[in-house]
Design a protein around this ligand. Structure first.
Ligand code: AMP
Ligand code: GLY
Length: 443
């Protein structure tokens, strides 16, 4: 069977790795992939947003399943295009992807479906936006309505900050069209967890929860990033919590999307805030999260390929098994380039220690030092070429052991200007100190 993975990050590397674990006989292609993916798959230099190029590749190669990593091609309608051409693809249509690509659409749908989330109002005028912010009082959250590469959110702790964010987005146009409408949203307090669900348009299968670390520096300080690390499982993910998330959040939003005529197929990512009043949705994404995927897939004992095929072929998940998980923990530490998350320096040579059992290095912002070299195993010399360069996932029987392994191995990978956090999983480690678990976390 031939599978095409679209994208070039650590997330796509982890998906390629997992699909090959599920079926080592798979023939995997990646567009455009990266040098790490190149050790597992044939990388074809077609960019993820080149929809026609990807369609032509899938046809030429008679690909059986195409898996989309990033949101941009979903937003551009790649799933609609493949379906018109009768090709199996894992991901939502453009209409369903609006659950991520339009915060306004997502908010309205949540309100309609009775999905718990923060109150918000949308504005194209500075005056009404300011009025709404004043009515809520600080802290208040200001968001660009469209896709702003995860950067269009300002948590304003004072009214002056809120005013600055509103005027910059609406008048200054700092996020372009994505900021021509803003959401003024109530601030939610609590711990954040991510839950991924594979959905067939009507039914869902939930993965275990993971927790991302969005700030650049240890102790959750410094600028927001795409994610500096993640871990799983999370002990807050109890059976009662899962039931709530499945019934009150995932299944309700699936029903609402179906009613709208846009059934959601693919991976639905719920970013949740565990508030004193229960779990509330911060955002939905229409694709796997990065770096949560790199922390979840090494723990997934059951097949990812099977449910992906089921959904991509338009079949039902009813009657398919729930997912199985190793009884271990996984900690993923992201290595970022000099300058990240602002202007990133590229071209720094990377050196790796010897491989270690239980440690998986997933590539993101790397490229071959010699462009003419062919990706092989082991990888030829690579240099940095993007913000998040690598992610290092370690699997061990305890979170503490996994965190130590991930941190140590990540510390031994070297390149000039390397940035990494040393405290991935700290909230959970603190919880373990306060109330040691009984080793029966998934029961
Ligand atoms: P978003 O792009 O909507 O996921 O927001 C990015 C980050 O901003 C989230 O992961 C949260 O940490 C934070 N955030 C967004 N909305 C809220 C809110 N209403 N209350 C508190 N934090 C928020
Ligand atoms: N880890 C956050 C995201 O993928 O959006």
């Amino acid at each position: 069977m031939k599978v095409l993975i679209v994208g070039s990050g650590g997330r796509e590397h982890a998906i390629a790795w997992k699909l090959l674990q599920d079926d080592p006989t798979l023939d995997v292609l990646a567009a455009p992939g990266n040098p790490g993916i190149g050790t597992l798959a044939r990388c074809v230099p077609i960019q993820a947003d080149d929809l026609r190029g990807i369609l032509a590749l899938a046809r030429e190669e008679a690909v059986d399943l195409t898996v989309i990593g990033p949101e941009a091609p979903l937003d551009a309608g790649i799933v609609d295009l493949f379906r018109t051409n009768h090709l199996a693809i894992f991901g939502p249509t453009r209409g369903a992807a609006r659950i991520e690509t339009s915060k306004r659409f997502a908010k309205e749908l949540m309100a309609h479906a009775g999905v718990p989330t923060a109150h918000a109002s949308h504005h194209t005028s500075v005056d009404t936006a300011l009025g709404a912010a004043h009515a809520l009082g600080a802290p208040v959250v200001i968001k660009a309505s469209g896709l702003a590469a995860g950067k269009g959110v300002v948590i304003a702790s004072t009214m002056a900050e809120a005013e600055r964010a509103i005027t910059e987005m609406l008048d200054g146009g700092i996020f372009g069209a994505a900021g021509s409408e803003v959401l003024v949203e109530e601030f939610m307090e609590g711990e954040e967890v991510s839950i991924f669900a594979i959905c067939d348009g009507q039914h869902s299968r939930l993965m275990i929860a993971a927790q991302d670390h969005k700030r650049l520096e240890d102790g959750d300080i410094g600028p927001n990033t795409g994610g500096m690390g993640a871990y799983a499982p999370v002990s807050l993910d109890t059976p009662a919590f899962r039931e709530f998330v499945k019934v009150r959040i995932i299944d309700r939003i699936l029903a609402a999307l179906r009613e709208e005529g846009h059934p959601f197929t693919g991976l639905l990512y719920a970013g949740l805030m565990l508030t004193a009043g229960g779990p509330m949705v911060v955002e939905f994404n229409c694709r796997f999260g990065d770096p949560e995927t790199q922390a979840l897939l090494p723990l997934m004992a059951s097949s990812l390929l099977q449910p992906m095929l089921t959904v991509a072929r338009g079949e039902t998940l009813v009657g398919t098994p729930e997912f199985d998980w190793l009884p271990d923990s996984c900690v993923t530490t992201v290595l970022a380039a000099a300058g990240y998350p602002a202007a990133v320096r590229k071209g720094d040579p990377i050196t790796f220690p010897e491989p270690q059992e239980g440690v998986y290095v997933f590539h993101a912002g790397t490229r071959l030092a010699d462009d003419s070299a062919k990706p092989t195993t082991p990888i030829p010399a690579v240099v940095t070429s993007g913000g998040r360069v690598l992610s290092v996932s370690a699997v061990a029987p305890t979170l503490h052991a996994a965190a130590t392994m991930s941190r140590h191995y990540a510390g031994r990978i070297s390149f000039a200007g390397k940035q990494m956090r040393h405290d991935i999983g700290w909230r959970e480690l603190f919880r373990e100190i306060e109330a040691p678990h009984d080793g029966n976390r998934h029961a």
